[in-house]
Design a protein around this ligand. Structure first.
Ligand SMILES: Nc1nc2c(c(=O)[nH]1)N[C@H]1C(S)=C(S)[C@@H](COP(=O)(O)O)O[C@H]1N2
Ligand SMILES: [Mo]
Length: 322
């Protein structure tokens, strides 16, 4: 999402001068594993971090899953965009080790009958978790396939009884500069904010995500709660959500307010509408053959979810509402 410096391709090209010795990449979790392997006695405060991700109970939902080969856990958790922890792809894994996703609560408000602040446990309690393997397409023209664990956003939203003025849903990420090094500088206006039209939010593909590969979310992927709308560019999928509100007017979204000519509110994956500085026709699947010239594949309309979501945008000029 770099604004001026790079073509999207460049974001993934590591120059020899940028290669850091492996030891510099070791995060607390890696150190912990190394310590355990070495038979060292680990202080209690560190042991808590060993249990950072926990196993979840869920059922697989093949009807809502693609059959593409999923990316590895390593790929999904080490190549991230989460500017609260830095702007490079490896920063979130490296810098999020001391972020505390528990305890957590989410404030619900706006045009709805049921409002208040709910603990994560309150939020999750009535929902059965499922695994869905979704395609994921970043606006920077790379992609992954990710086995998420979550539950339909519509089931959560319905509990708060939105009223007839609830035309959009707005989301906010936590602001915690003491644990989020990127928030100590003004790369973006914090908090990161996003929004969906209410019918997009209520679409059965829209998920609240709490895990991946059967375990709770690692911090770098948006612990403990993040959004997933697989037909939209990655940046719509706001991480570490602390506020959800129902609103009448189209809410602000971080990349749209940062660079409105480059990132629209809708942000639907669309190979025929180019970003002003690069083509969106193709994408580089992370992990699919290494090197600078690794395989690119065609980007599909609505990221391959066209039959499910095209009706949401009937009659809209998608070049104007990009
Ligand atoms: N709060 C917050 N949410 C965010 C971002 C961010 O910087 N901050 N980056 C977005 C972008 S650009 C992408 S591509 C995805 C990346 O999600 P992943 O790291 O789990 O693959 O998160 C999105 N959600
Ligand atoms: Mo992205």
């Amino acid at each position: 999402m770099l604004i001026n410096r790079h073509k999207p391709e460049d974001c993934a090209c590591i120059l020899p001068s940028e290669i850091t010795p492996e030891s510099a990449y070791l995060n607390r979790r890696d150190l912990l594993k190394a310590a355990v392997a070495a038979g060292l006695v680990i202080p209690a405060s560190w042991q808590a971090e060993a249990a950072e991700t926990q196993k979840l109970n869920y059922t697989k939902n093949p009807g809502f899953s693609v059959t593409d080969k999923p990316n590895t856990y390593e790929e999904i958790t080490s190549y991230n965009n989460f500017y609260e922890f830095g702007t490079n792809k490896e920063d979130p894994a490296r810098n999020s080790g001391s972020f505390k996703p528990t305890p957590w609560s989410v404030k619900i408000g706006g045009e709805c009958d049921v409002k208040g602040t709910f603990t994560l446990e309150d939020i999750l309690k009535p929902h059965a978790l499922e695994e869905r393997i979704y395609r994921f397409r970043c606006v920077e023209a790379w992609s992954m396939v990710i086995p998420w664990v979550g539950f339909p956003l519509k089931d959560l939203l319905a509990r708060f009884k939105p009223n007839s003025k609830a035309k959009y849903v707005a989301f906010k990420t936590i602001v915690r500069p003491s644990e989020m090094i990127g928030q100590r500088s003004g790369t973006l206006d914090w908090p990161y904010v996003e929004g969906l039209r209410i019918d997009e939010a209520m679409h059965p593909l829209s998920l609240m995500i709490v895990g991946l590969y059967g375990k709770t979310l690692p911090n770098q992927n948006g612990a403990p709660l993040r959004l997933m709308t697989p037909w939209k560019y990655g940046f719509k999928n706001i991480k570490s959500i602390v506020e959800i509100s129902f609103v009448e007017k189209q809410p602000p979204s971080t990349w749209n307010i940062t660079a409105p000519s480059e990132y629209g509110f809708y942000s639907n994956v669309n190979p025929s509408v180019d970003h002003p500085r690069w083509s969106q026709a193709r994408e580089r699947r992370i992990g699919a053959g290494g090197g600078l010239f690794n395989a690119r594949q065609e980007t599909l309309m609505f990221n391959g979810y066209e039959t499910q979501v095209a009706s949401l945008y009937k009659g809209m000029d998608l070049k104007k509402y990009f």
